[in-house]
Design a protein around this ligand. Structure first.
Ligand code: GDG
Length: 743
């Protein structure tokens, strides 16, 4: 409206000015037309009067002539008539003949420009017509015509002109304003779309903004520029950002503008357990929970998980939701209830007796049962429904966690086709031959390919996955962009090495290292300067606890000086106790510790202290801070967060990390002492090296490792996935709007 007024008013003023400027020109033009008409009329009148006038003149009847003249001048336009017989003398004329017209000066009125004579009544047109008859005496007829009608018409013309221009101004303004509005909106929409990295050229019927071919060239340039700026900014981000919950939150705000974020995992981050009359809140021992909890706190989303605690149902609302963390709620858990049969088939059966050993290749045979598979499919479907009901928008970002939900990505894609599903596979992916063991391998692969992004810890696992797809599915694999196209859906396979929160929570490192050293030693009845090794794991056969104990035994055999001077504390959190293989494993570990202690404990404190129980994170950190060496001997591990936690705990830059070469962490922490856990002699040598390593070398190694974990922390892991999801969503929007894959 303001734009219209700003534009229309000046336009109308300009056109009115033009009308006033043009009016005199029009006046002059019409006057010349009228004069020409009056000239012609005079000459017509003169020739009509010639004959009767000559007859009267010949008869010498002056009175008759005057009567004749008076009769003719009754015509309202004919003002006066005069007749000059000779160039001298007075004219025979009507009384109305102006005094300025004299027979002696008639030549004056014969000049083309002097036809007009001003008078009180308005301008008069004077025409001198010669009498041509031979019979009559020569003479000239003077015809004076009234031109006041010309003035009247000129006024009318001016008025018409004024109204015409005003009308024209109004129409032109209206059309201009409409066009301006449309173009302005188009430009604004175009620029907005460009700045969002979107296209301006949309498919007809897409329901989107109008096609603006004029934008085509600048649209491409701008998009290229924006992409370059984005990737520059991304590179700067990657290098310069100190990744913290705040920077992650800023990314969520900036890149995802508060979009709907949902996490799905089997394990819940908070478990409510009944202890007599009280309800206790537990935080489970899981790398996955350790990694995702800070992200959910940062983005206030919804975490959908299996409600496994004995008091879980007592604390949820009618939608099965509970706000967490209990002390300061920041996000909500939506609990999904599973029957004992469902849990047995989906969790213990297909996931943990099938997929877990299949992917770890830790020499435990996978067990696949069709009944387990049926439950696995049904539970994945149940979670897909929960995602659909928790989604606040049609296109949420869903972070699907781990091997419990291989089918979920495709099921979410069916329920919410516009959702961006980021699936993270926390465990290794084996080679195609090993994976082929799974009777439902094609279904598992197809399920995972419902993801927009599929993440693994290492490039090696990405390669294995892509090779497996290439081998078994009719899919298009692009090894340059590392994408798989299957069933019309594109999945990017990416490496996102997981990590831990940095810096660690203040509470974890509050107690000083000397205090931790003395209290842990006191607790285990060890002398103050006793050398201490530590291992912290779920009691899982993939963690190589048996191999670790074998290495300790070998150390004591090869370097007996450590007998009675070195003890290894193994914190082993009970896990999957319902599975027979885990029961065997626990029994084996216990028996081994007993046997080795029996062999070497006679000469002082036991070489192994086995603590098969859940510990609070603070206690775990106390062990890390108290130890001289931390031994991670996984037989195969996606990443292994324990290695990174040990590094994070050692702000004194002391302590040595011995790390299995079969962990993802070994690729990021080469300053650790890297070992093959199957080689007991090598591991024993590594233990000896660690226990005798000079403080300087410990510091140098630890400093480098701490630098890496600080930089590549869990916020970066999540941030990179979310940034990739954000740019993928922008690209998808662009493709939908332009209908083109290439931009
Ligand atoms: C999977 C992948 C990947 C252990 N005992 C206790 C306890 N823990 C904590 C540790 C650590 C976590 O559990 C274990 O994490 P890991 O990464 O070592 O192993 P998984 O649980 O097998 O995790 C693995 C991980 O997912 C993340 O992607 O790295 O490769 O297998 O945080 O400190 N915590 C408490 N009490 C214990 O007794 N509180």
């Amino acid at each position: 409206m303001r734009l219209s007024l700003r534009f229309v008013l000046p336009l109308m003023l300009v056109l009115a000015g033009i009308a006033w400027a043009v009016a005199p020109l029009v006046d002059r033009l019409t006057l010349s037309w009228f004069v020409r008409d009056l000239d012609a009329r005079s000459s017509l009148l003169a020739s009509a009067m010639q004959e009767p006038l000559q007859e009267q003149l010949a008869a010498g009847k002056k009175a008759k002539i005057m009567e004749f003249f008076n009769r003719i001048t009754r015509d309202e336009r004919l003002f006066a008539i005069g007749y000059c017989a000779a160039p001298t003398g007075t004219a025979l004329a009507t009384r109305s003949l102006p005094a300025e017209i004299r027979c002696a000066e008639l030549e004056r009125w014969e000049r083309p420009r002097n036809h007009l004579l001003p008078s009180d009544q308005g301008p008069l047109h004077v025409s001198v017509q010669p009498m041509v008859s031979e019979a009559a005496p020569a003479g000239r007829l003077v015809l004076v015509q009234d031109m006041s009608f010309v003035t009247r018409r000129s006024e009318e013309t001016k008025q018409y002109l004024f109204y015409l221009f005003m009308g024209l101004a109004a129409v032109v303004s209206l059309i201009t304003v409409i066009i301006a509005q449309l173009s302005w909106r188009g430009w604004i929409a175009g620029m907005r779309a460009l700045l969002h990295g979107e296209g301006l050229l949309r498919q007809p019927g897409s329901g989107a903004a109008p096609n603006l071919p004029g934008f085509k060239p600048i649209a491409r340039d701008l998009q290229r520029l924006i992409r370059e700026l984005e990737s520059d900014a991304r590179a700067r981000d990657e290098d310069q950002i100190t990744w913290t919950p705040e920077s992650l939150r800023a990314i969520l705000r900036g890149e995802l503008r508060g979009e709907d974020v949902i996490v799905v995992s089997n394990r819940e981050p908070y478990v409510h357990q009944r202890r007599g009359d009280r309800i206790e809140v537990q935080r489970p021992a899981s790398g996955l929970v350790t990694a995702l909890e800070p992200i959910m706190r940062a983005c206030s989303g919804t975490w959908i998980a299996h409600g496994s605690g004995s008091a879980d149902r007592d604390v949820v609302d009618k939608h099965d939701r509970v706000a967490v963390p209990p002390e300061k709620p920041a996000y909500r858990i939506r609990r999904v209830w599973l029957s004992a049969e469902e849990e047995a088939g989906y969790y213990y059966g297909f996931a943990n007796e099938g997929l877990w050993p299949l992917c770890h290749i830790a020499h435990v045979r996978p067990t696949f049962r069709s009944g387990d598979w049926t439950q696995y499919v049904a539970v994945n479907r149940k979670f897909a429904k929960a995602v659909a009901s928790e989604a606040k928008t049609k296109n949420p970002i869903v972070l699907v966690q781990d091997y419990h939900f291989a089918l979920l990505p495709n099921m979410i894609h069916e329920e919410l086709p516009n959702a961006t599903v980021i699936t993270f596979w926390h465990i290794p992916w084996p080679n195609p031959e090993s994976f082929a063991i799974c009777p439902w391998r094609d279904e598992v692969l197809a399920g995972l390919l419902g993801s927009s992004i599929l993440g693994f810890h290492t490039q090696f696992h990405c390669n294995n996955f892509v090779d497996t797809v290439d081998r078994f599915l009719e899919a298009r694999v692009d090894r340059e962009s590392f994408t798989v196209s299957f069933g019309g859906k594109l999945t990017a396979v990416r490496r996102y090495p997981i990590s831990i929160a940095w810096p660690p929570e203040a509470e974890m490192v509050q107690k000083s290292v000397p205090d931790c050293r003395s209290s842990v030693r006191r607790l285990s009845d060890l002398p103050p300067e006793h050398k201490l090794g530590v291992g912290v794991d779920r009691l899982d056969y993939t963690k190589g606890i048996v191999e670790r104990f074998r290495a300790i035994e070998r150390l004591l055999e090869l370097n007996p000086e450590w007998v009675g001077r070195f003890t290894f504390v193994q914190v082993a959190a009970p896990t999957r106790a319902g599975i027979e293989e885990y029961q065997h494993h626990e029994a084996q570990v216990r028996a081994m510790a007993t046997r080795i202690n029996g062999r070497f404990a006679r000469r002082g404190p036991p070489p192994i202290v086995l603590k098969v129980e859940h510990h609070e994170p603070r206690d775990v950190y106390e062990y890390f801070r108290a130890a001289d060496v931390c031994f991670v001997s996984s037989l195969h591990d996606g990443m292994n967060l324990v290695a990174k936690e040990f590094v994070a705990a050692r702000d004194d830059e002391r302590g040595v990390l011995i790390l299995s070469q079969f962990t993802g962490a070994a690729r990021e922490l080469p300053e650790a002492v890297i070992v093959n856990p199957y080689d007991a002699d090598q591991c024993a040598a590594a233990l000896h090296l660690a226990l005798t390593m000079p403080a300087d070398e410990q510091r140098d190694r630890m400093r480098l490792m701490r630098g890496l974990v600080a930089e590549f922390n869990v916020f970066r892991w999540a941030g990179r996935m979310l940034l990739d999801a954000a740019s993928m969503r922008r690209r998808d929007r662009l493709i939908v709007k332009t209908g083109r894959g290439e931009t």
